[in-house]
Design a protein around this ligand. Structure first.
Ligand SMILES: Nc1nc2c(ncn2[C@@H]2O[C@H](COP(=O)(O)OP(=O)(O)OP(=O)(O)O)[C@@H](O)[C@H]2O)c(=O)[nH]1
Ligand SMILES: [Mg+2]
Length: 251
């Protein structure tokens, strides 16, 4: 009897085993980013992220060559397909390489490699399967933001969150943030069909439809002259809205 009790008290073998380090892949969609792509990759490597997949989205400049010189995985669309299609190409590749967690990261230098940790933590702890970066959530540990969000960008992003609420019943603080992390399990469930920028709302729709646990995490977005000059045009926001509306009404 005494022996049996001892047996029951003994810790499980699994508890004693060191946890396997998750294989993290960074997926970077890139379109005409020859000026920033090398620095973005270098910064990621400096922060010890070495599984990097750049998807050159049919760039007309030297993005492909510049990324290739950094010794990372570089995939190429032979024509420009859009950010959504580029992400799906990169995510499929990372899943083939058995990624445990996939981080999506922009090529224009707006995201901060040091902040990847914040997106990974809740997934590593098993709290959620997806973390969505939010530039509007307040970070309690940080006093100031990197840069101010231009008013017009803020207006469109806030309209985007309202659209997400109307269409999918989900209240998020940020609508179109390309900085997020997905567990391999979640990445297999989420299917991006929109090739263009509408994919950001589609990902939210997939998360809700497929009941994937998620949370928003505060991140910074840098607004440099470079990113502002080549960023999303206002007209694009209308296109995104009408494409989502069409899908909502006719699917
Ligand atoms: N615009 C655009 N970006 C693409 C495309 N394919 C891949 N990307 C990449 O997608 C990322 C986000 O694109 P941005 O145009 O900066 O969009 P955004 O960051 O949501 O918008 P801004 O706040 O205006 O910069 C960048 O890393 C682009 O290089 C494409 O066809 N068009
Ligand atoms: Mg950008």
């Amino acid at each position: 009897m005494g022996r049996l009790k001892e047996k029951i008290k003994a810790p499980l073998i699994e508890e004693k085993m060191p946890k396997k380090k998750p294989k993290i892949f960074i997926v970077i969609p890139a379109y005409n980013e020859e000026n920033s792509i090398a620095d973005v990759i270098k910064e990621l490597k400096k922060n010890n992220y070495n599984n990097i997949v750049v998807v050159d989205d049919g760039s007309k400049d030297k993005t492909y060559e510049k990324a290739g010189k950094q010794k990372v995985h570089v995939l190429k669309h032979i024509i420009n397909r859009g950010q959504g299609a580029s992400l799906q190409t990169g995510i499929d590749f990372a899943l083939k390489k058995n990624a445990d967690i996939i981080v999506t990261f922009d090529a224009d230098g707006q995201h901060i490699a040091k902040e990847i940790k914040k997106l990974l933590e809740p997934i590593k702890k098993g709290e959620v399967e997806v973390t969505l970066g939010s530039r509007f959530l307040k970070d309690k540990n940080k006093k100031s933001r990197e840069t101010k969000i231009p008013f017009i960008r803020k207006l469109f992003l806030k309209t985007g969150t309202f659209v997400n609420f109307i269409f999918y019943g989900v209240k998020l603080s940020d609508a179109h943030n390309g900085f997020r992390a997905l567990s391999g399990k979640a990445a297999k469930k989420i299917q991006i069909n929109f090739d263009g920028m509408e994919h950001a709302s589609e990902i939210v729709e997939e998360i809700i439809k497929k009941n994937i646990p998620y949370k928003e995490v505060p991140v910074s977005i840098k607004y440099t002259n470079y990113s502002l000059n080549k960023g999303q045009r206002s007209l694009n926001a209308f296109r995104i809205f009408f494409k989502l509306l069409f899908r909502k009404l006719f699917r």
